[in-house]
Ligand binder design. Sequence first.
Ligand code: ADP
Ligand code: F6P
Length: 337
Amino acid sequence: MATKKVVKKAAEPGDNIKTIGVLTSGGDAPGMNAVIRAVVRTALASGRKVKGIRRGYAGLLEEDIVDMNAKSVADIIQRGGTVLYTARCAEFMTAEGQDKGAAICKKHGIDAIVVIGGDGSFQGARKLAARGINTIGVPGTIDLDIACTDYTVGFDTAINTAMEAIDKVRDTSTSHERCSIIEVMGRHAGYIALWCGIANGAEDILLPERYEEGFEQRIIENIREKRKIGKKHHIIINAEGVGDSYEMAKRIEQATGMETRATIVGHIQRGGSPTCKDRVYASTMGAMAVDLLCKGKTNRLVAYKNGQFCDYDIEEALAMKKDLDEYMVQMSKRLSR
Ligand code: ADP
Ligand code: F6P
């Protein structure tokens, strides 16, 4: 009689991780749901349990924790926002809050956590890792301001949303021969502004990283020159934080005599159905986060660098610096003539 040979799976360093928690923290971003779905389904496929921690670190401290199965993440890949909700939590910035968070993880049998968020959220993740909870971060922010990665979940959707909105403003701006200042998000970073400035063919782009005294006077001169060569509109993309768009509009109108309006694109940039790229990259990063935990890795961030998915030590990643691509900045100026 033939006997069936049983092939025993080799032990992996992450075999002690039986339950993985997942949370979203900081500002939401389209594609976060795709990460959550990938985390849940990859973990279940590896034979582990998953717990969803709602409302970020605030929910962890309040023990707002739910069991998740494959069905919990059905029908969410195409939805913006985060089904786990998100929050900012001052208590978690304290050592007492972090001790309490780690103790709650242990109480609920959570051996490891995937943290989806930005640099602030990763600071929280490294504090949990130092307290014995294995943590992996996934970059989720529309701002693209995480140094170790060329891609963050939500950026692609946000720039496409903003681009469509700016196209609409441009139509009416041209009809009325106006100047339009359109303010986009990005906190202290100008990635959304730069990408939209290029994609929307803006005449001027204001970037926090390239802030220069006297920039408003240069814009005023640029408007005068462009009018001389017959341009009908003047589109200025303003990254939030460079200056108050409404006040700037008043000053520019007064100096140039060109009717000027300000539009703030606002929170619509944070919502909406994620693009194909955001869904696929977010799914890949969520799956990779679980794969890293299964290999026993902790205190790491999933990233996308130089065309490849990869991972970095959190400390190393948080110490990195990032700047706008100078070629893109210069090119945007040459193309706006
Ligand atoms: P993001 O993750 O998008 O950068 P925040 O900076 O608002 O967003 O951070 C999100 C949350 O991460 C904070 O509300 C806080 O709970 C936690 N956090 C931020 N910084 C730290 C820190 N230094 N130590 C511990 N937790 C932190
Ligand atoms: O970090 C994402 C972001 O949308 C930034 O671009 C913006 O400055 C900030 O969050 C807005 O935060 P809130 O939703 O709390 O107003």
